[in-house]
Design a binder for this molecule. Structure first.
Ligand code: ZN
Length: 476
């Protein structure tokens, strides 16, 4: 890319940023007003907090039929095309909508969004007989770069009868991974981002895959998942019969990795002790610090591997069950950390963060994987893990003991079960209770059009409660 081209690109993105900012201002200016459209008054912000694109267009863009508008953008940015305006409009609308939704379930006053740094508009590749705003193509035989991004340079175009635009031709560097993944005909959106720290431009591509939709007429069932230390994960299915059948549970254990983590835990703890004494004596401790962070990084990567392995196993299990049931997955989410885990990782609050990171990562990975197989991600819900290990899953009594071998005994109803299974069963039951009594104190808070999840800070669509309701019938 020549210096001149680089300058042009900077100017184009700067202009786009200004247009996006203008759109945000127009939305703010008109959000309270009633706007006359085709003889009736309508609002720019719809009831579900989204922005009405057609009304916004009527406010800003002139067409051959519509000659005057309140905010004439085409007059202000005379070289910009209709398509380019719409691309900027979409960017502004996304930003505004995400702020609006956050504000809807926040008790604090959130700051309105602003485009301070240079952000490019999202560009949609469109090819209409040689005229395009952006195009990606592979070029064979060229040794410098094979992948090119061609961008319409719309800063100053010759205005005769027809507008003529120059093209900016940007070479892209990429890895073999990107070459495999990138299909120019599948690209739905391209965004150019300038990272000022690295002084480099990045091109972000969004490609569209089609995923089969998942609509089940099967009976509902809940899979309770308990993440643990000795066993990475234990999953139990609660069916309408309310029974646990042996081939409908899943233990995920990987002894090799687990012992690795235990060893690392021990070493980290030892070094932490040494470090503490050195700090107390005022000695230098740089080397120990380096060693400690090395070991922690190693532990983190092993934990992540272990997690990925567990998720893969669980996804296989879930996809099997999906054939028979309308399946919901309930994952136990901790409020407090278990003391023995992640020993020697600094302060208690730090350990708690690490622990939460582990659970969050698990849930995110699971949702992401399942989504690719057409399993609706809002069927995966986090529930509070508190007391699930010491409550009897048969009679809800807490007058129970847990023996050393991981056996669970209830003193009230004499129920005996594997302790991890009992925990997972309780986790499954908890999700059903949430659905039955949405007013009870639990972390799923319905608000307007969303269910706000206090545990994971995610949001689910309001349909979650509706689809969970039939499960309650067989809880009693
Ligand atoms: Zn009992």
């Amino acid at each position: 890319m020549t210096v001149q081209e680089c300058e042009r690109l900077k100017r184009i993105t700067a202009r786009d940023t200004r247009i996006c900012q203008t759109y945000l201002r127009i939305i703010k200016h008109n959000e309270e007003k009633q706007i006359l459209v085709n003889g009736e008054f309508r609002r720019l912000i719809k009831k579900d907090l989204t922005v009405d694109k057609s009304i916004l267009d009527k406010l800003t863009l002139t067409t051959s039929k519509r000659t005057t508008v309140p905010h004439d953008l085409k007059k202000r940015y005379s070289h910009c095309s209709h398509n380019e305006f719409q691309e900027c409009r979409d960017k502004a609308i996304w930003t505004d909508e995400s702020w609006r939704k956050l504000q809807a379930y926040s008790t604090m006053e959130l700051k309105r969004p602003q485009f301070k740094t240079k952000t490019s508009r999202p560009m949609y590749p469109r090819i209409t007989q040689g005229s395009y705003t952006v195009r990606v193509h592979f070029e064979s035989g060229n040794t410098d770069a094979k992948l090119w991004l061609e961008l319409r340079d719309s800063l100053d175009s010759k205005k005769s009868n027809k507008r003529i635009h120059k093209r900016l031709k940007l070479p892209l560097t990429y890895s073999p991974y990107h070459e495999n993944k990138l299909k120019p005909e599948q690209i739905k959106q391209i965004e150019l981002v300038y990272k000022s720290k690295e002084r480099q431009w990045y091109a972000h591509f969004i490609q569209k895959y089609s995923v089969p939709s998942y609509q089940s007429t099967n009976p509902p069932a809940v899979l309770g998942v308990d993440l643990g230390i000795k066993k990475t994960a234990v999953a139990v299915l609660l069916t309408p019969r309310g029974k646990v059948i042996m081939d409908e549970l899943c233990f995920i254990v990987n002894k090799e990795r687990q012992s690795k983590i235990w060893q690392l835990n021990k070493r980290i703890k030892d070094i932490q002790k040494k470090l503490d004494t050195k700090i107390n004596n005022g000695q230098s401790h740089n080397q120990l610090n380096v060693k400690l962070s090395q070991l922690r990084r190693k532990r983190r990567s092993i934990t992540e591997q272990e997690l990925g392995y567990a998720v893969n196993q669980l996804v296989e299990f879930i996809l099997q069950l999906k054939k028979q049931y309308n399946l919901f997955v309930s994952v136990g989410y901790p409020k407090d950390i278990r003391k023995s885990y992640l020993r020697g990782s600094g302060s208690k609050s730090h350990r708690r963060q690490l622990h939460k990171w582990y659970y969050r990562l698990f849930i995110t990975k699971l949702k992401y994987k399942l989504k690719r197989y057409g399993f609706e991600p809002h069927h995966v819900v986090a529930v509070k893990e508190k007391n699930t290990s010491n409550t009897c899953s048969s009679c809800n009594s807490t007058n129970t003991t847990r023996t050393g071998q991981g056996q669970f005994n209830c003193h009230k109803c004499k129920y005996e079960l594997d302790a991890d299974l009992n925990g997972a069963k309780n986790i499954a039951k908890r999700l059903i209770r949430y659905a039955l009594k949405p007013k009870l104190r639990h972390p799923l808070k319905p608000k307007n059009y969303y269910v706000w999840d206090l545990l994971t800070k995610d949001n689910h669509p309001i349909e979650l409660f509706k689809s969970l309701r039939p499960l309650g019938k067989w809880l009693r």
